[in-house]
Write a protein that binds this ligand. Sequence first.
Ligand SMILES: [Zn+2]
Ligand SMILES: [Zn+2]
Length: 372
Amino acid sequence: MVEDQADNRQIIRDMLAGTDYEITEVENGAAFGGRVDIQTQTGEERMLARTTWIMSAIASLLLATGTFPSYAESTSQITKVITLGTRGGPLPTKDRAQSSNLLVVNDTLYLIDAGDGATRRIVQAGYDFRKVGKIFITHAHSDHTAGLATLLVSQWEYQRAEPTDIYGSGVEALLKGALDYLTPNAEIRWAEGKRRAMADTFHAHDVKPGLVYQDANVKVTAVENTHFHFEPGTPPYGKYKSYSYRFETPGRVVLFTGDTGPTDAVTELAKGADLYLTEVTSPEDVVEAYKKNGTWQAKTGAEQEEFLRHMHEEHCTPEDVGKMAAKADVKAIVMTHLGPSVNPNDDYQRFIDAAKKYYSGPITLAKDLMQF
Ligand SMILES: [Zn+2]
Ligand SMILES: [Zn+2]
């Protein structure tokens, strides 16, 4: 019986070779673990079919030896990325929260962008929102920041004691605004017995490109990208920048493009990254969606023209994504920040097909709460 188990485990190991699964030993038998939700360029259905086949084969073998599988997390995956919100742009839609990602390194939580819905998604992902101590904002567009005040006040209401730091460009103004917005609540809570000033807990740091943060888990480097283009003399000129971030962690490099147009600054920053989490935009799709809800018709001709310029020059088409990823030689692409579409069940598969013309590695279209 013991020999049978050893033989079967070897068979299982052989089956798992080259997959995202690995066998780990537990007290009462064998368990398997690994990433179960990643899609590859071979397509979600093919991956699912392979997963199902592996699972049922393993289950039969383990049942035959009288052992039972239990989920065990892969020990190699100390760095995880969870796509909390995958919608691009400020239009509220029903299935996707706005831009936000959680990076987990050795159980420490780092938040990259805080679009509307971020706090609820952190809870849905199974993490404690009070433990998010470092927040990195790529840029101050509302689809990347509108959930910030909710996260901060939730931490404060539920007694987060340590400071929470926010890094980015324009974040000092964002924090000041959030604290002002929450002042009526804070004064009411104070009268009800709460005795901690919000300003004592939250600290914002407007940072310049370069090394912006480092601890035992992550080294974070930023470059200014081409998402913003302000005319000299206008209020935001010289004041707000849009950043892409490179996170180097033990064993993994993750690149968050934020929103950007095509630029060598980002491809240089992304060089050799294990995971290239990128925005992707189809200007035509967005215009169609705006026509459907009337936003497009409500714009003046000049506004329409400027909007199209912004979408083409300051965002990346799927083809741009493929070219940039190939140039940066990244190991895998995750497409996120998906724009609204007239088709509520849009699978965006055409984005992968377009990017594949230039990039041959795996490409995944993110959904909210996927883990990589
Ligand atoms: Zn955006
Ligand atoms: Zn933006």
